[in-house]
Ligand binder design. Sequence first.
Ligand code: ADP
Length: 161
Amino acid sequence: MKKAIYPGSFDPITFGHQDMIERSAAIVDELIVGVLNNSEKNSLFSVEERVNMLKELTKDIPNVTVDSFDGLLVDYMKKSGATIIVRGLRAVTDFEYELQIAQTNHVEYPAVETIFLVTNLKYSYLSSSVVREFAAYGGDITKFVPPQFVDRIYRKYNIKK
Ligand code: ADP
């Protein structure tokens, strides 16, 4: 039974995240999408809102569950029984940081393997921070995020479309 976690901030969810979830769910038995509860980070959506949106997005994928965690990812993995971490690589800029984290997690918890999915070419430019920046100035974000979340994102910036 291969149980994996796809951790992230998902603030907000993008088509890139959705693509990663669908592709990873197809290669593992169980996938937990784990929303990092990072209280120091000023987030657009609360952890609860992000968990609920991810649940909405993944409701038709039977082997996907959504949860939040705080503290160390490896501690959450020991508790939940997941041994695989899925991360996405968009560009070389992601690589150095991801390599360091993956190696550290492996030292902390040797049962853990990190697998990287190469970003879908269509979404390689896409990040939550770009979506936030566009939305804040009323830019068109319909090409970046699933349709059911577009208005919820604009509302956070008091933008009516
Ligand atoms: P974090 O704060 O952990 O980077 P994010 O929500 O920004 O959280 O991203 C979560 C994961 O999704 C990371 O592994 C990131 O590389 C991956 N990811 C983000 N955007 C994309 C994308 N457009 N294509 C593929 N992977 C992506």
